[in-house]
Design a protein around this ligand. Sequence first.
Ligand code: URA
Length: 409
Amino acid sequence: MNVLDIIDKKRLGKELSYKELDYVFNGYLNGEVADYQMSSLLMAICINGMTDEETFALTKIFVDSGDVLDFSDIPGIKVDKHSTGGIGDKTTLVIVPIVASLGIPVIKMSGRGLGYTGGTIDKLESIPGYRIDLTDDEIKSQVHKIGAVVTGQTADLVPMDKVIYALRDVTSTVSSIPLIASSIMSKKIASGADKILIDIKVGNGALLPTKEMAKELSDIMKRIGKVYDREVRTIISDMNTPLGTSVGNALEVLEAIDVLKNKETDNSFVDLCYELASDMISMALGVTKIDAFNMVFEAINSGKAYDKFLEMVRNQGGDVRRISLAKKKVEIIAPETGVLAKVSAIGVGELALRLGAGKVNIKDKIDYGVGVKLNKLQGEHVRKGDVLATLYVNDKEPVYEFDEIFKIK
Ligand code: URA
């Protein structure tokens, strides 16, 4: 087999066999295929797509590249949830304790972010002491003890995805539906989930710009689920405006705590948390979504969900009392009265990134205390002089164009 022939075949839009995909992808993992050759194949896949058979083959190659975890000794159906990523998306921090507080075991292995803001793991690291590197044995022991774990992906979980994702990130080949599907589904299958819930984001702050593309991703993920005999449910949610009121790691943890304490009750972030948690519960227990919804209310109102969050954080060494924000605050003021017609997800994400909340390059250091707190959300009425947002700033100056983030009509 020859790498160039395989790249050429995909360039011409032909279907690659399992053996051909295996040859190039494993060749890349082993250092026998060069970055530029792999990049070229990824771009050909991006442009010409993949058939179902190719996508199933690639998912298998990804899964087989590392360990497949087995949590079958933990009683109950383990439902895993994944988001394709968005600005201000801290849903995991809320829904894991809700679901676990109802006696449903949740093991969540999350990733870091690259780009606009941190991933779930970066957010959790803004809690001083919180360990994100639990071993398989520690994960099992914590799930047995308290029923909830959120930790980083172990090094041997789909190592193929780590190298391919890093290359996709710097070659503009992230937003390919078959590549996203095999990347996400391989990690969910390898991490031992019985059932899988995927939150597919659509909009200017998401990987996919249109609902049609999100539907296509949803369909192929469900078909991959069938191959592995795993139920897959999907939710398609908006990412044109940030999720909730905070973008920035410590700010987002504090917002998640407010939702768990029932202090923040009325925005699209809270709605999405309730929706996702209800789906996870209904999948795990086989109850209707309405019954599951009532259980979510009860978990929040009784304080059990917040207690579970604290228990999980304590077990992993963290202390929420020590979370700190940047001391300097800069306000963005409404220049006129009207309706806040736009609060752009990408605009807020880029601003948070410039303040240091995310990484531009792998080696950058995240500043956990900086970020953007939205005082007004898209659709609200604002008066001239109102504070639209408060920026938490350390050493990086806030640089932004008002019109790229907000529009008042
Ligand atoms: N999230 C992932 O884990 N993989 C992708 O390819 C895209 C989003």
